[in-house]
Ligand binder design. Structure first.
Ligand code: GLN
Ligand code: ZN
Length: 766
């Protein structure tokens, strides 16, 4: 009998109950017992869903109030000293509030303390808390949370499999801290006994299987790390439990032999992103090992093609017999919870989708189909899937010949501005008449309660479209007047009409759909609701022109139009899986190109195309970077290159690691790029200097993530450092990012100081 299981299930709840409970606890309206019981209830519900679906094991260890990597760090006693948890660690019971303080710097009890760093988990939008590692660090079991949850599931009568991050990926995701330089891999020896103890305790609890997640195995690993896998697992393999080593988010590549050969009882592979590795793994898998095939897409929302999967996996079933397990490719944490809640979604589109709850059913049905023990329900599911997928393949809503034709007609010249930057810069200087070190902002101004209330009223039908638009024009007029008064050289309209920089455009493009409850955890209690790109993308009509034109009518200064770039539009969505991502991105680029040209025709002389997600789209394997960067750059250029020399194209990116992609950044050929720099003390400009970045740069001098008002001298000093690295005539003065999360009371004095700093700098350099 083919076993079915999941690597993890979303914990937020179909109604984001976890978010509500955790936030209520932080605010003091829910006490500790209340929070714990909300957690217990969610776990019970999620385990029940897994059993009701017919999975053979329920997964324990995927729950966390904030982050499962944080919980593991706590369990291992890896709590940085500044949280003052020595006693809690010694007692083996680090408190919940200590964990919350690590996550967000404060909790209902305990001193506020600088939080741990947070970053994206591999190439997902899920953020984990980075383990802080010190030379000579000691570990010890410091929480019994996991054991309690195992007991909880057992008391409910469930067959339990525990899921945990493996020791090497935990170290891989960690960061060396402290004065003394050292290699975090050196901590493995100290770490293994604690893992061993943990596994022994689970064994005592009667747990048969423990899944150790080692997704680092799909990346290029240094030789020392590869060897460490051998050493670590030969120790862990002696634990009194069976180990399932889980790889996901890609193929094992050159780690395949290593992963297959480790002395554990089973291996999980991602057969969605890397279906080609299945045969190689089958050929090498030792006869005693279980192979868990991740056949259902854990990273995307599309319904599985059960008939095709049955066919593809038939030989694996023959070869492995009962040693074959079926699962989604990775934890279902990365997809929304339950499709049946989407009552407003177009039924045809809904029939092409599967969320976490539906993926449980797909997993179970696939396992039973492979065994030849399909029930009536399985047969109906198989048929329904086949029918829906057939309809999807043929649907005129997805395949729009005019979009494909247009893309086929794109020529190399369409990616090129008319003249090189030098010529354009001259033309723009004459047309825009900007001073040395011009000032601008990144696009958004504060999203006030009044703005949000107006948008809600529009959606609720309490405000007419005309009334709403008049309200937005008032906001724009206000923002423009403030910028004129402040003396900003290149104003923006302020984006009051945008709820979100992707949703705003997606809602106006064909091929995009939006769910009502399709929430996915991003970090802590924060969830995002990515749109679904289901079909060929095109632009029925202008999206931003009326706002930009209105804003320009209020001022003689050159108004900067504001768009979200093609790569970011792609990256922050669930993307269709029936054509290469690159093709979808090019379609978006063409739609944006029309918007750029329409803005130019409406008299907008500068247009910013934001690409904050360009860097995070980098593949997990560095060997695949060049191909990605090539098409990402082409898409940006395709969206931008339709305008004349005098029209100034800006782009914006809010992160600070450019070293390894600087060539591609330059290849975008934007006339101006604004970036985040204020917290890195302009050091990141070194990458731009060393590469001799040819175009204009606005290094952010005002950290918008902080409520503090930066003073003039501070910003002058930052720009002086910038001027040591980039010629002054190619520098701009601007904040780090958009101002939508700030209040006007913070923004006005900060921008006044920024403008004053620019004036002082002009006197110095002019
Ligand atoms: N133009 C956007 C804004 O100002 C850019 C946001 C971003 O970079 N994430 O809000
Ligand atoms: Zn930004």
């Amino acid at each position: 009998m083919t076993f079915s299981h999941v690597l993890g299930y979303p914990r937020i709840g179909a109604d984001r109950e976890l978010k509500r409970a955790v936030e209520a606890y932080w605010q003091g309206s829910l006490d500790r017992d209340g929070l714990e019981s909300a957690g217990r209830e969610l776990r019970a519900r999620h385990w029940a869903a897994q059993r009701e679906a017919g999975l053979d094991l329920v997964t324990v260890g995927d729950f966390a109030f904030y982050d499962q990597v944080l919980d593991l760090s706590v369990t291992l006693g890896a709590v940085p000293a500044r949280f003052g948890a020595e006693e809690e660690i010694a007692a083996g019971e680090v408190g919940l509030d200590t964990a919350f303080r690590m996550a967000r710097g404060r909790a209902p009890s305990g001193e506020p303390t600088a939080a741990c760093e947070m970053t994206k988990y591999f190439d997902t939008n899920y953020h984990y808390l980075v383990p802080e590692l010190h030379a000579g660090q000691r570990f010890r079991l410091a929480s019994s949370r996991l054991f309690d949850q195992v007991a909880e599931a057992q008391a409910l009568g469930h067959p339990v499999k525990v899921s945990l991050l493996g020791p090497l990926t935990w170290l891989w995701l960690g960061k060396e801290k402290g004065e003394q330089s050292f290699d975090r891999l050196a901590l493995l020896e100290e770490l293994l006994p604690v893992y061993g103890e943990l596994l022994a305790r689970l064994g005592e609890q009667g747990v048969e299987w423990v899944q150790l997640d080692e997704p680092a195995l799909v990346q290029e690993l240094p030789t020392a790390w590869q060897q460490a896998y051998e050493a670590a697992y030969s120790v862990l393999g002696r634990a009194p439990v069976k180990l399932l080593l889980a790889s996901y988010f890609g193929g094992l590549g050159d780690n395949l032999n290593l992963a297959v050969g480790l002395p554990v009882d089973g291996l999980h592979i991602d057969a969605v992103r890397a279906p080609e590795q299945l045969d190689a793994v089958l050929d090498r898998l030792p006869g005693y090992k279980v192979l868990s095939v991740g056949a259902i897409d854990g990273r995307n929302v599309w319904r599985a093609d059960l008939a095709l999967l049955r066919e593809r996996l038939a030989s694996a079933r023959m070869r492995l017999g009962r040693r074959l397990w079926i699962a989604p490719s990775c934890s279902l944490l990365h997809v929304p919870v339950d499709l049946t809640r989407e009552r407003d979604l177009d039924p045809e589109l809904a029939s092409w989708l599967a969320f976490a709850r539906q993926k449980l059913d797909e997993t179970v049905t696939l396992a039973r189909l492979l065994d030849g023990r399909a029930t009536e329900v399985d047969r109906r599911r198989l048929e329904a899937a086949t029918e829906a997928l057939q309809a999807r393949r043929d649907s005129p809503r997805i395949h729009r010949p005019e979009v494909a034709d247009r893309l086929a007609g794109v020529e190399p010249a369409d990616h090129e501005r008319r003249s090189p930057y030098g010529v354009r810069a001259e033309a723009q200087r004459r047309a825009l008449k900007l001073p040395l070190l011009p000032t601008t902002t990144i696009g958004s101004f504060p999203q006030t309660d009044a703005i949000r209330a107006a948008r809600r009223a529009l959606k609720a039908g309490e405000l007419s479209r005309d009334e709403y638009e008049a309200r937005m024009e008032e906001e724009i007029a206000y923002a423009v007047a403030r910028q004129e008064a402040l003396g900003i050289d290149m104003p923006v309209h302020g984006e009051p009409e945008r709820n979100d920089m992707v949703e705003y455009f997606g809602e106006q493009l064909d091929g995009y759909a939006f769910t009502r409850f399709g929430w996915v955890q991003s970090y802590g209690s924060r969830c995002v609701k990515p749109p679904v790109i289901y079909g060929d993308v095109s632009r029925p009509g202008p999206m931003t022109v009326r706002w930009s034109r209105y804003a320009q009518s209020l001022t003689d200064r050159p108004m900067k139009g504001m768009l979200t770039g093609p790569v970011t539009m792609l990256q922050w969505a669930f993307v269709r899986d029936d054509q290469p991502r690159e093709t979808t991105c090019r379609q978006i680029a063409l739609a944006l190109r029309d918007e750029v040209c329409d803005l130019e025709a409406a008299g907008i002389r500068a247009i910013q195309i934001d690409e904050p997600a360009l860097r995070e789209g980098l593949p997990l394997r560095q060997g695949e970077w060049p191909a990605y960067l090539a098409w990402a750059v082409e898409c940006f250029r395709l969206s931008a290159a339709g305008v004349g020399d005098e029209t100034q194209i800006h782009t914006h990116m809010c992160y600070s690691e450019f070293n390894d992609i600087i060539e591609s950044i330059a290849a975008l050929d934007a006339d101006v790029i604004t970036i985040e720099t204020s917290r890195s003390d302009m050091e990141l400009l070194d990458a731009f200097r060393e590469f001799a970045y040819p175009n204009e740069i606005g290094p952010g001098v005002y950290d918008i993530h902080s409520p503090n008002v930066p003073d003039v001298a501070w910003m002058v000093a930052l720009m002086e450092k910038a001027a040591e690295r980039i010629p002054v005539k190619r520098l701009w003065v601007n904040p780090d990012c958009g101002l939508k999360t700030r209040r006007w009371e913070e923004v006005e004095p900060a921008l006044a100081n920024m403008v004053e700093a620019a004036r002082q700098l002009r006197r110095r350099f002019g």
